[in-house]
Design a binder for this molecule. Structure first.
Ligand SMILES: Nc1ncnc2c1ncn2[C@@H]1O[C@H](COP(=O)(O)OP(=O)(O)OP(=O)(O)O)[C@@H](O)[C@H]1O
Length: 270
């Protein structure tokens, strides 16, 4: 099957630093792909290139459309990547509007659809039926994802007042409200306790199996990587050093050396 995304010989330089050094990889459709690698390997830079925050120094990032055509994301501006290509991300550091309720955070994620329905204000001011319908749909959509993610009880709570693990879930719910075709999660398990990590595994698997989503995530928590990924790409020094199913990556000597450390190498040999 055609992948959803192809990263083709990507290069990203910052002055004298080459953060991404000729990286090629494919993100399979309807599957969960993990990007792992030591600190400074270039994982976040890759996300920033895919989502249009950085314009790469060289290379292409091709989104394969359902009709067989392809679109080079390196030629699209960041906001168009989220809106038109529907590639949506979460961040390593939570970026919710802390003073707004959870529901309001989810509505903000749909502001573009609402702005369009309001013809950028006028219909909204006049409360036309079209605008009211769009508003109702946005609300229903947000409530659907809140229920799906077990957040209905906190819908009216200010996001900033919630425990950290719940905020991370709200971030995912908010990203889902932008109707992603590709959902990119930057360290979704960071700061979660073991119970929350286990719940994250269930959530990610459900997004793939029940909603047919394609997921790409950066993660240091190996329990999540091993449990949910279909495909793992291992980076080091801006390059891909290995890729394959999680079990194979766990046993790959180069991966163990580069990423998991000597202790794990001994454990793998045992
Ligand atoms: N805006 C920038 N300006 C200069 N150098 C940068 C910039 N962003 C990243 N780098 C450098 O690029 C390299 C890759 O960084 P990046 O943050 O992508 O790694 P990472 O794999 O996400 O690391 P971590 O796991 O610690 O988040 C590092 O050497 C980093 O210092």
């Amino acid at each position: 099957m055609t992948p959803l995304l192809t990263v083709d010989r990507l290069v990203m330089r910052f002055g004298g630093i080459t953060a991404i050094d000729g990286l090629s990889l494919e993100v399979p459709r309807g599957a969960i792909t993990a990007i792992i690698g030591p600190n400074g390997a270039g994982k976040t830079t890759l996300f920033n290139c895919i989502t249009g925050f950085y314009r790469p120094s060289a290379g292409r990032i091709l989104l394969h459309e359902d009709d067989g055509s392809e679109r080079d994301l390196t030629r699209l501006k960041g906001h168009r990547i989220a809106r038109e290509a529907r590639i949506v991300r979460t961040f390593q550091n939570i970026r919710l509007f802390g003073g707004m309720t959870v529901l309001e955070n989810l509505l903000v994620a749909q502001h573009h659809a609402l702005a369009q329905a309001s013809r950028f204000a006028l219909a909204g001011l006049l409360h036309t039926p079209g605008y009211r319908r769009a508003e109702r749909e946005a609300l229903e959509f947000a409530r659907r994802w809140l229920a799906e993610l077990g957040l209905t009880a906190v819908a009216d709570t200010p996001a900033g007042a919630l425990p950290y693990g719940t905020q991370r879930r709200v971030e995912i719910a908010r990203a889902l409200c932008a109707r992603p075709r590709l959902l990119c999660l930057d360290e979704p398990a960071a700061g979660l306790n073991p119970r929350e990590s286990a719940e994250l595994n269930v959530l990610l698997t459900a997004l793939r199996d029940e909603h047919g989503l394609t997921l790409l995530f950066i993660e240091h928590d190996m329990s999540v990587v091993m449990n949910v990924s279909d495909h793992v790409v291992v980076m080091n020094f801006g390059r891909k050093i290995a890729e394959g199913p999680p079990e194979a990556m766990r046993r790959d000597p180069e991966v163990i050396r580069a990423y998991l450390g000597e202790e794990d190498e001994e454990a793998a040999d045992a």
